[in-house]
Design a protein around this ligand. Structure first.
Ligand code: IPM
Ligand code: MN
Length: 356
């Protein structure tokens, strides 16, 4: 028996999670996984219910689970709240408390969606990138941080900080991921300006000796942002800190046509958390319009990384390919004039495509 904690969150979160849940339930039954799924509150939903974006009960639920599925957090309703009470804090505290330091964000081209990319097909056809983003350090969590009033003038600051152990453990993940792929690792930094990332480059370079089969390169983050548009197929594994990875993974998602297609896995020593990389899309929430495929593909990643079930992970991924082959499109991935299906219908179609 494995315990799964499910946090639907805010905005489109509950809808995409329900579609993913249909797929997970179907796999659970067919494969006899004997999953025990329990829902919890995080983000704005938790603020509304318990005045805390990550109530103690939610943290305990996640800690007791083998894996966590999360929809999305945030929305305009909670935007005015003080920093500690923003919905995003629920997600960040989950990542930090569970020590989920390694965030894997694959950006793969679905050939069926080539025309949905804003870039020319010949540029993106061969794109298959894995962003390995450090997730529990950097300017996201660095101390000191504050917004204050000094002599009647507002000022605010954050601290970008990494120690060598933090860099080493995420770099190991990236090197190993590269070994299982095309053996090319590009580490992203701003070593021409920032001490933090000079250390980053130093430590990553030291580790390269342990992975002689991997070809390591380094790239400044501004250049990486440009190269992702200019020649994205050159990248295999991209290793980044927390902040640069946040930005570059959104950019990479656009190569594939829609951010609605990109799953993620956040891993530590033990349990993992699985979420789409997109946000809560409050503008389309509750309308059965959202694309659930990123969340469904996150379930596949959970089967692979937390449940040790590569065979079923692949079956779910193939089912997603099949519905795309069949021409099913949510609004975000539909070409002009193409028929559009809703969130629920897309979930049902994937279950059907599993051919159980
Ligand atoms: C992401 C999101 C989060 C982040 C937000 C919601 C805190 O943008 O998962 O990429 O910045 O990490
Ligand atoms: Mn982001």
């Amino acid at each position: 028996m494995k315990k799964i904690a499910i946090f639907p969150g805010d905005g489109i979160g509950p809808e995409i999670v329900d579609a993913a849940r249909m797929v997970l339930d179907a796999v659970d039954q067919a494969a006899g996984l004997n999953l025990q799924c329990t829902d919890g509150l995080v983000g704005g939903a938790a603020l509304d219910a318990a005045d805390d974006p990550l109530p103690e009960a939610s943290l305990q639920l996640a800690m007791a689970a083998d894996a966590v599925i999360l929809g999305a957090v945030g929305g305009p309703r909670w935007d005015g709240l003080p920093p500690a009470k923003r919905p995003e804090q629920g997600l960040l505290r989950l990542r930090k408390n569970l020590d989920l330091f390694a965030n894997l964000r694959p950006a793969q081209i679905f050939p069926q969606l080539l025309s949905a990319s804003p870039l020319r097909p010949e540029l993106v056809r061969d794109v298959d990138i894995l962003v390995v983003r450090e997730l529990t350090g950097d300017i996201y969590f660095g101390q000191p941080r504050a917004a204050e009033l000094v002599d009647g003038k507002r000022r605010a600051y954050n601290t970008m900080v990494y120690d060598e152990d933090e860099i080493r453990r995420i770099a190991h993940v990236a090197f190993k991921a590269a070994q299982g792929r095309r053996k090319q690792l590009c580490s992203v930094d701003k070593a021409n300006v920032l001490e933090t990332t000079r250390l980053w480059r130093e430590v990553v370079t030291e580790l390269a000796a342990e992975y002689p089969d991997v070809q390591l390169t380094h790239m400044y983050v501004d250049n990486a942002a440009m190269q992702l548009i200019r020649a994205p197929a050159q990248f295999d594994v991209l290793l980044t800190g927390n902040m640069f990875g946040d930005i570059l993974s959104d950019e990479a998602s656009q190569l594939t046509g829609s951010i609605g297609m990109l799953p993620s896995a956040s891993l530590g020593e033990g349990r993992g958390m699985y979420e789409p990389i997109h946000g809560s899309a409050p503008d389309i929430a509750g309308q059965d319009k959202a694309n659930p495929l990123a969340t469904i593909l996150s379930v596949a990643m959970m089967l692979r990384h937390s449940l040790g079930n590569e065979a079923w992970a692949q079956r779910v991924e193939k089912a997603v390919q099949k519905v795309l082959d069949e021409g099913l499109r949510t609004a975000d991935i539909a070409a002009a004039g193409e028929a559009v299906v809703g969130t629920r219908a897309m979930g049902h179609a994937v279950v059907k495509a599993l051919q159980l």
